[in-house]
Design a protein around this ligand. Sequence first.
Ligand SMILES: [Zn+2]
Length: 293
Amino acid sequence: MSDLIVVERKLNKVKVAVCSIIFVLIILIIVGLCIFFHNKNKENPQEEIVNEVEEIEEQPQQEVVETEENTKNPVLTEEGKQNVKNIYHLEGKNAYITFDDGPSKTVTPLILEFLKQNNIPATFFLLGSRVELYPEIVKQEYDEGHYIANHGYSHVYSSIYQNSDTVIEEFEKTENAIKNALQNPDYNSHLFRFPGGSVGGKYQNIKQEAIAKLEEKNIAYVDWNALTNDSVGSPTKEKMMQDLKATVGQKSNVVILMHDAGDKILTYELLPEIIDFLSSQGYTFKNFYNIIK
Ligand SMILES: [Zn+2]
């Protein structure tokens, strides 16, 4: 019997030892798992911090790019204002090619390609409603060195000419659309062209009031003194060229009105002939960056 008791006691000791080992192993596994998960949880915040640091480091680089673009932000000085008013009488023989009512998806890219190939600077008087449709074309005009100016938002006379305040409202709505398109919150065109021109018509008094309000806001405006009549009736290329030559005449400085709306394909097709004619007459091509620095 005593042998049995001894064996039983030994067995009990073995059991206790095995249980202890298993217990210790379980504790070790639990501790190990705890350490593993603790470290794993630590990794994510580290990644987040790295990302934040990267984002913070990227921001100054973006600001540098914007600063470079800002060098193309027009600044209207007193001298600039006088030069816009006296544009037809400035020194030299200069041609300012201007396009109104764009951008359009069909005609504007063709015109831009031609201007680029021939190194001709132009000025685009944009409609805010169309800027919102094709912001990428506005950005292209700007990036390729053309002057981005303002032609109001709607081009609906009964809307923009309700009173002088609605003229200013359309101007500002269009400026905001241009800022968004250029991704440049500091852009200010400082240059407006009245739909239908600043002179005459039944809205004459409202236009005069609006001119005073624009001046208070340091905004110049400009009309034109030469044109192809590309937006009148159904013109032929021959008639457009004839009207251009007649209105250019012997003028020393010409601001030429044309349009790059979607139906103005003839204007694009006639551009080589227009540019050849003006070159042969000794004109230098300029845009409003030459006046509004
Ligand atoms: Zn227009």
